[in-house]
Ligand binder design. Structure first.
Ligand SMILES: NC(=O)C1=CN([C@@H]2O[C@H](COP(=O)(O)OP(=O)(O)OC[C@H]3O[C@@H](n4cnc5c(N)ncnc54)[C@H](O)[C@@H]3O)[C@@H](O)[C@H]2O)C=CC1
Ligand SMILES: O=C(O)C(=O)Cc1ccc(O)cc1
Length: 275
């Protein structure tokens, strides 16, 4: 089986490292619109070789590991793939992507969201065991062909992932709260602190908490602009709920309602009974 990867950054590069040692994979080929990323991907052994679009279309499985608007735009170039080819996207949003799959290749397509990653990006961020023991959410699987469903399932299982299935719209509502909102908050926190504090004081006073909360603010603006655009409605709703909680915290402090503030914090502590 030949695997083709579009986008040789953190997710695509890590997928190359994960699949290249599976016994049923003969070759891993890649394509990236950034020439220096192609060169790095080969020298880091993320893929065996770089191909052009026609070469990519010879692959049995094509992973789309590019930003989510790019995933939609790339599909028009793939409508003439053979009937047995499997396309798997790794995008962080799912509803807009599945809505925009051309009908000719709907059965070829498996919509996936691996629930793993980091704030780093590009080929040098790729990690061999990024996917191992992590969850992947597969969406609207009944719209994929049987061969494609089985192929995607086999690859994700072989690289050590736990598979969960979900409706794409439901996925996006949950992802807005649990993944996209924390990124928006982290960017906001970084900008708020930098607007008031200089580098020297940030370095003196940044203890673990600030580093933890601001780590996501180092994430790729190219990638997150497109996620926020595609999941705008759900994210705005999540932000409303977050703003209500922040307002509640502010009011309790302002009104010196210390016992209520204590209980509000105790409620938040319960998250760690789950996580
Ligand atoms: N970063 C993370 O932690 C996670 C990211 N994802 C999703 O995975 C996808 C890829 O993200 P990352 O690997 O983190 O980004 P990245 O920025 O590390 O890599 C993306 C790569 O794709 C290339 N690229 C961009 N547009 C292209 C196009 N049209 N054609 C060819 N190459 C193109 C870039 O040059 C870059 O090398 C995104 O859809 C993202 O939402 C999903 C789960 C986790
Ligand atoms: O860096 C982190 O902790 C992340 O949360 C990474 C991440 C980014 C985007 C996703 O769709 C999934 C995971």
């Amino acid at each position: 089986m030949v695997v083709g990867i579009v986008g040789l950054g953190l997710m695509g590069g890590s997928m190359g490292l994960a699949v290249k040692n599976l016994e049923f994979i003969d070759k891993v080929v890649g394509i990236d619109h950034n020439q220096s990323h192609c060169e790095s991907a080969v020298s880091l052994n993320l893929v065996d070789e770089i191909v052009d679009l026609e070469g990519l279309k010879q692959s049995d499985v094509i992973f789309l590991a590019i930003p989510v608007e790019g995933i939609i735009n790339s599909l028009k170039n793939l409508i003439d793939i053979p009937p047995n080819t499997t396309i798997i996207d790794l995008g962080s949003t799912k509803a807009k992507i599945v809505e925009n799959i051309p009908t000719q290749i709907r059965k070829n397509f498996v919509a996936a969201h691996p629930m793993t990653g980091t704030e780093k990006f590009g080929p040098t961020a790729a990690l061999k065991n990024l996917y191992k023991d992590k969850i992947v959410v597969l969406c609207n699987l009944d719209e994929s062909g049987e061969h494609q469903r089985n192929t995607a399932w086999r690859i994700f299982e072989e690289i050590g992932m736990k598979i969960v299935t979900m409706d794409a719209k439901e996925h996006d509502r949950h992802a807005a709260y649990i993944s996209h909102l924390p990124h928006a908050i982290s960017y906001a926190l970084a900008n708020a602190v930098m607007a008031q504090e200089d580098a020297k004081n940030i370095l003196i006073l940044a203890a673990g908490g600030f580093r933890d909360m601001s780590r996501l603010a180092k994430s790729s603006p190219v990638m997150w602009e497109e996620i926020f655009k595609q999941n705008k409605k759900n994210l705005l709703e999540a932000m409303d709920h977050f703003e209500e909680e922040l307002k509640r915290c502010r009011e309790l402090i302002n009104n010196e309602e210390w016992e209520s503030l204590h209980n509000w914090m105790k409620d938040a502590n319960k998250l760690h009974d789950i996580l």
